[in-house]
Design a protein. Structure first.
Lengths: 119, 156
């Protein structure tokens, strides 16, 4: 009986000590207030990083089209479209100069096309 | 002989007015050293009331990016047909684009304004980068751009 009582007393002491330690110095059960400002990235920041193909904002990207002087007529290579432009997008591009007459908008003399040079 | 002269006079009378209705105009766009990839440029004209009159040139071949030429896109509804046959490559930083075209005489000194919208990859869109009234007196005068274009000049 004495032995049982001693073991019970020892277990109680150890348990109580652990509880006191946890309350004083152990891991808190509530969030650390210092972590509060760390919010998840906003949707706007994600959109800017995405290259804004959807909304037509200030920033845009065509990461595979890095030439400075044209030759940018391959619609099939762009990965930001979220779709396949090879079937429909490329067909909707404007006809390049020399491949079709200029529009009959009254600005040009009929039958003449602009001549372009670029250094 | 008389009939020949008559025919000559008649043909001259018919052809001369049509020649007088147009004049060769050279548009020169000097790009600024903005440090980015090739810029898309929309060159277009509005009338005295600000209504869209037509496009003169589109630098940049991918129509899906025309929405970044925001004023042109708004005025045309993004209608690609407006630039069929007058589309070329985008223009790089520090380069010069020169366009020569026969433009209707009626465009000059009649309240028309030439506009250029500009945009480049990963950079801000720049609608109305240049807006210059088309006048005979304004020929040869350089007009500064706002972001991508160093200056623009038209001449006869």
């Amino acid at each position: 009986m004495k032995l049982t009582f001693a073991l019970l007393l020892m277990a109680t002491t150890l348990g109580a000590g652990s509880a006191v330690f946890a309350a004083g110095q152990g891991l808190p059960l509530t969030p650390d207030p210092s972590l509060a400002p760390r919010t998840a990235p906003s949707a706007a920041l994600t959109l800017i990083d995405d290259g804004d193909e959807g909304e037509g904002g200030w920033f845009w990207s065509l990461s595979h089209d890095d030439d400075d002087n044209g030759d940018d007529d391959d619609d099939c290579e762009d990965e930001h479209d979220g779709g396949n432009n090879c079937a429909s997008g490329a067909a909707s591009n404007a006809a390049k100069a020399g491949t079709a007459p200029p529009p009959n908008n009254g600005l040009f003399t009929d039958g003449t096309a602009p001549v372009v040079t670029s250094n | 002989m008389k009939s020949l002269i008559t025919a000559l006079v008649l043909s001259t009378a018919l052809v001369a007015p049509s020649l007088a209705l147009a004049r060769p105009v050279t548009l020169t766009v000097n790009m600024a050293d903005y440090g980015g990839p090739g810029a898309y440029l929309a060159v277009y004209v509005t009338d005295g009331s600000g209504a869209y009159a037509g496009s003169l040139w589109m630098a940049g071949g991918k129509s899906k990016y025309y929405k970044h030429l925001t004023d042109w896109s708004r005025l045309t509804g993004g209608d690609v047909a407006q630039v069929d046959g007058i589309t070329g490559a985008s223009v790089g930083s520090g380069r010069t684009l020169t366009l020569t075209m026969d433009l209707a005489d009626a465009l000059f000194d009649a309240g028309y304004t030439l506009h250029i919208d500009a945009a480049a990859e990963d950079m801000r869109d720049s609608p109305n980068e240049v807006a210059v009234p088309l006048t005979a007196a304004g020929a040869g005068a350089a007009v500064p751009g706002r972001r991508y274009i160093a200056d623009f000049t038209y001449g006869f």
